[in-house]
Design a protein around this ligand. Sequence first.
Ligand SMILES: C[S@@+](CC[C@H](N)C(=O)[O-])C[C@H]1O[C@@H](n2cnc3c(N)ncnc32)[C@H](O)[C@@H]1O
Length: 360
Amino acid sequence: MPTIDFTIFPSTRYQGSKRKILPWLYQAFKELRFNTVLDACGGSASVSYLLKKMNKQVTFNDKLHFNYLIGKALIENNRYKLTEEDITNLFNNNPQLNYRSIISEMFQGIYYLDEENQWLDTVCNNIVNMNHYRNNVLQYKRSLSFYALFQASLVKRPFNLFHRANLDIRTNDVDRNFGNKTTWETPFPDHFMKFAHEANSLIFKSRHNCISTNLSVFDVDPYGLDLVYFDLPYIRKDGNNESSNYLKCYHFLEGLSKYNQWPDLIDFNTANLRLQAVREQNDFTKQNMLQQVEGLFYKFRHSKIVFSYKVGGIPSIPFIVKTMKKFKKHVYTKSLHYTYALNHQNGDAKKNREVIIIGK
Ligand SMILES: C[S@@+](CC[C@H](N)C(=O)[O-])C[C@H]1O[C@@H](n2cnc3c(N)ncnc32)[C@H](O)[C@@H]1O
């Protein structure tokens, strides 16, 4: 097994990302024999990137289109990078193009300042109209450009989310003990450049072809997979589960990724202009979680399973173990107790118990 340098991995502010616990996951994956692997709910692609580094034949999958593009940029893409010329072209107005201003017109005062909205519009138009490459190259150049755009958009948001229209948190001149004013106020092009260069440094060719898909995990073909890794949205036993609806938290990135169709997808009855699909698209809720988990174990019963979860959720860890035992001869768990900083400024920290349930 190659030695893995965990400092050269995609950085991310994505909610629930496994980025920080990859070395621990690596130890667990190393003990298992497999080649073809599905990262069923791949999110920021951290885990797929680890599996690609392990030279596995990875299928990255996520139901959200913007995540799928991240999978294309970092996992499926073996060689294409953004050149300095590509980046300059993305930032500049091309006099031959007819620019749309979807974000400036619709999202004024909601997430970003006016000039930032204009910049986002320019870059989106330029990505959509990037056409001086052949299709097989273009798809990766576009995904890389979107990747840098998503990351830049995330770091400039309070809480790194889009669940509220709360630009005022950034603009109010008050003492705050959270967030990172410097990052918010760093101009978009600076963030974009940093993430584009970071993405370039992450592209490599592994021993197998890897792919990115954009399906609900319930629609994925379950055959031919030695192992399936699940990292479903976390459903807390107590309290509200607003943040487990990823489309609700990240609808703005999903909109960026479908720029030209965006106006037709918006729910104009919501204050922060979410997508209409937020109402329909939540496959994991407190009410259905037990059946959904059992359904997935049944569907992928021919593969080894690694299931990530946290203590204190629905289903409980004992329930997951019991259910997995219906389909697998050998089921065991590993857990990791780690402390993460909630707030860098006041040093507040929280304990978290990550568990993986492994069935083979
Ligand atoms: C906890 S996050 C995964 C985090 C990921 N392991 C990482 O390290 O970034 C859960 C992911 O499940 C995705 N998701 C939600 N419902 C899904 C479904 N029905 N099929 C596939 N993916 C889904 C969400 O879009 C989200 O990216």
